[in-house]
Write a protein that binds this ligand. Sequence first.
Ligand code: ADP
Ligand code: ZN
Length: 434
Amino acid sequence: MANYYQKEIETMSREDMQKLQSEKLIKQVKHVYENVPYYKNLMDEKGITPDDIKGIDDLHKLPFLTKADLRDAYPYGLLAKPLEDCVRIQSTSGTTGRRVVAFYTRKDVDLWEDCCARAIVAAGGSNKDVCQVAYGYGLFTGGPGLNGGSHKVGCLTLPMSSGNTERQIRFMTDLSATILCCTPSYAAYIGETLKEMGYKPEDIPLKAGIFGAEPWTEEMRRGIEATLGIKAYDIYGLTETTGPGVAFECSEQTGMHINEDHFYAEIIDPDTGEVLPEGSKGELVFTSLDKEAFPLLRYRTRDICVLTRKECSCGRTLVKMAKPMGRTDDMLIIRGVNVFPSQIETVLLNEGYQPNYQIVVDRVNNNDTFEVNVEMTPEIFTDKVGEIIAMEKALANAMKAMLGINPAVHLVAPKSIARSEGKAVRVIDKRKLI
Ligand code: ADP
Ligand code: ZN
């Protein structure tokens, strides 16, 4: 039986949702226009005033905001409330450049935690659960967001933060944690450690995991589910909009429901800015409909994905986003071909490897070099050179079939690539240093 945290919103008819979104948008545009000179200037340049926005269908008239605007306006330039009304600051992880900061009023924290609570309930969580939060706590939004959601649901919350894996496992087993929240790469690492310690999936008390904050493939999901003996749910978010919980997965596991009563999603062509119809692949753009302190309008996330309104078996009517394929800015262009790390990961898991790899790109004599270092698993470990060369060749061929270009694959010893307790570092692009 499907379970909801805020049933009325999560199962609202399309018509009522659009009405709610329109009402909120009209108010929000006024709020931003009157309180954020930076955005007012952008609107003035486009010749738009709040009177031009009569509902959600007028959203496309508004200018976009980009990460560059956030960096430009750092730290207070996009703040829409006096600092006296703000109670929290969080910051991005800085995966792709300088960190940006976001501000929250008490109401903003509250709605953010509601979103995380919806995610936990959708993953089967209730006040009978012990929820182990192994996302980092601090400026990173993962720990604080899921911690707040877990409280709202009434779970017994274990605020572990990331790292110290042996302690994670001791608390998980001693205190019978049933839900684990962390990045997928850390979940894989915890699973690997449990396996080495002799735990079988049925000995592990967990029943569900809520994993996000970085891209991960279906193959990686299946691997984590098998090792930990759980159902693994995806969760998506970004600091600029709040943090995790902007979108969350339900039991159907075919994409994440967007909390569109708070965050309105559009898909645009990243080159032209044109809004694309449902089902098209493009860049995800979010508008905060009711955040007070840091309400971004038409914020370009650079995440590439697809939206769908196909009926969902869980009963939720919230629009769904597919797993992001990666970001426009972590797409590598190697010898003119687009390569996403997620494609490499898919090949590795299909070929029986673990997602422990690193892509190294460089430029030598004006030609791109493309190497993929992949760990051997203990099961296939060998030191016979002939066997290693044959395995490397097979893997390179499988990658060529997926990508259209040929990498140099190097198999390396098990455990020789650093594990991540937060977001994994998959790419070393030395070309940027030139
Ligand atoms: P940074 O942009 O510095 O990494 P954040 O910590 O706020 O800052 O991370 C937000 C970004 O993380 C998103 O824009 C997206 O690229 C990525 N992300 C978050 N959740 C997911 C997910 N479930 N799947 C894929 N990518 C995700
Ligand atoms: Zn659903």
